[in-house]
Design a protein around this ligand. Structure first.
Ligand SMILES: [Zn+2]
Length: 318
C-alpha cells in the first residue's frame, strides 16, 4: 500500500481512522486536502423523491461525482415519441437544482427506458411502440449534440424474459441508440439481462454500429471484468463488498461502481442507499481491499474518459 501512496500521494477521504493513520505514518507523502474521487455511476432523481436532499447527503458522505440517469417519471405519461423530451427536461431541471445545491460533478444520461417497450406495445401495438421508443432515442441524441446530456441511457432491453418479437424490437432500438451514440461520440448505458452471453451480444451490437466497445457501459453488471468476460464492454458494478472483492481479485480495476439509487420514498430499501459508494470507498481504502490507485481509476479516470469526451471535442473545434 505504501508504494501506491508514493505514486498517488493524495488519498484522504472521510474515513477518519484512515486519515489519522496516514498523517502519522506516511505524512511525508501526503498533500493534505486533496481527495480521491468518489463516483457513483448510476443514480436516479425523482421530482417526487428526496432528489436534491439525497444528493446533499451523498456529497456529505464524501461523494464527488455521479451519473444521473433519466427514468420514466410518473409526472410524464409517455403516449407519443415526443413525450420523452419532456421527461428528459425533468432530469435536466433536477440536475440544475442539484448543481446549485452541491459541488457535485453531475453527468447526465437520457434515453428511452427499455422496459417501456412492453407497456407501450400493449397499449399501441408493437410497431407503434418501436416508433415511440426510436423517437425517444433520436431526441436523446439531439440533447447530447446540444450538450444537455453526455450519454445515452439507460437503454437496451427488458432484463427479464420477454416474447421474441419484443426482444427483437428492443434490439433494433438499441442498435439505433448505438448508431446515434457513435455519431455523437458519446457512451451508451445499457439496461438489460445479465446472462453468460450478454456482454458478447452487446459487443457485437457495438461493432455493427461502429461504436467503440468501451463506450458501452453495462449497468448492473455482475463482477465480469476480464477481457474474456467483458468482450471490451465497460462494466458498471453494484457497489457491494462481495462484487468488488471478486472483481479486484481478477487482477483488474477496469470497471465502475454504482448504486442504482431510485429516489422513491415508497421503496426506501429497494436498491442501495444513496451514500453507499462513499461509505464503501472509504472502507475499502481503510482496510486495504482496494488501493487508492484503483479508486482513482474506477472513480476518476474511467468516468472522465467516458463522460468528458464532448468537452474535449468542443475545445478542439473552438
Ligand atoms: Zn437505473
Amino acid at each position: 500500500m505504501k508504494a501506491l501512496y508514493k505514486k498517488r500521494p493524495f488519498a484522504s477521504i472521510a474515513a477518519v481512522g484512515y486519515t489519522i493513520h496516514l498523517k502519522y505514518v506516511c505524512v511525508s507523502f501526503l498533500t493534505m486536502g486533496e481527495k480521491v474521487p468518489v463516483y457513483d455511476n448510476h443514480i436516479h432523481m425523482s421530482p417526487s423523491g428526496r432528489n436534491v436532499d439525497a444528493l446533499r447527503e451523498y456529497q456529505a458522505a464524501g461523494g464527488t461525482g455521479l451519473t444521473l440517469v433519466t427514468l420514466p417519471y410518473k409526472e410524464v405519461r409517455i403516449a407519443e415519441g415526443k413525450d420523452f423530451a419532456r421527461s428528459y427536461g425533468i432530469t435536466y431541471s433536477l440536475a440544475e437544482k442539484a448543481r446549485e445545491a452541491t459541488d457535485l460533478e453531475i453527468n447526465i444520461a437520457v434515453g428511452p427506458y427499455p422496459v417501456l417497450m412492453l407497456s407501450l406495445a400493449e397499449r399501441y401495438g408493437l410497431e407503434k411502440a418501436e416508433e415511440i421508443m426510436s423517437k425517444g432515442m433520436e431526441d436523446a441524441g439531439k440533447d447530447v449534440a446540444e450538450g444537455k446530456a453526455v450519454a445515452i441511457g439507460e437503454i437496451g432491453r427488458p432484463h427479464f424474459p420477454v416474447p421474441a418479437e419484443i426482444r427483437e424490437a428492443s434490439d433494433r432500438v438499441l442498435l439505433l441508440g448505438m448508431e446515434i451514440a457513435k455519431e455523437n461520440r458519446c457512451p451508451v448505458i445499457i439496461h438489460c439481462e445479465s446472462d453468460g452471453d450478454t456482454d458478447r451480444s452487446l459487443a457485437e451490437f457495438a461493432d455493427k454500429a461502429g461504436l467503440d466497445r468501451g463506450m458501452v457501459v453495462k449497468h448492473s453488471s455482475p463482477p465480469w471484468v476480464t477481457d474474456a468476460e467483458t468482450h471490451g464492454v465497460m462494466p458498471s458494478i453494484p457497489a457491494s463488498k462481495s462484487n468488488v472483492r471478486e472483481a479486484i481479485a481478477k487482477g483488474t480495476d477496469r470497471f465502475m461502481i454504482e448504486t442504482d439509487y431510485i429516489d422513491d420514498p415508497e421503496k426506501p430499501g429497494a436498491i442501495m442507499s444513496v451514500n453507499t459508494v462513499p461509505k464503501k470507498v472509504s472502507a475499502w481504502l481503510a482496510n486495504g481491499q482496494v488501493s487508492a490507485e484503483s479508486i482513482h481509476r474506477i472513480c476518476g479516470d474511467i468516468p472522465d474518459s467516458l463522460y468528458k469526451r464532448r468537452g474535449g471535442i468542443r475545445c478542439h473545434t473552438r
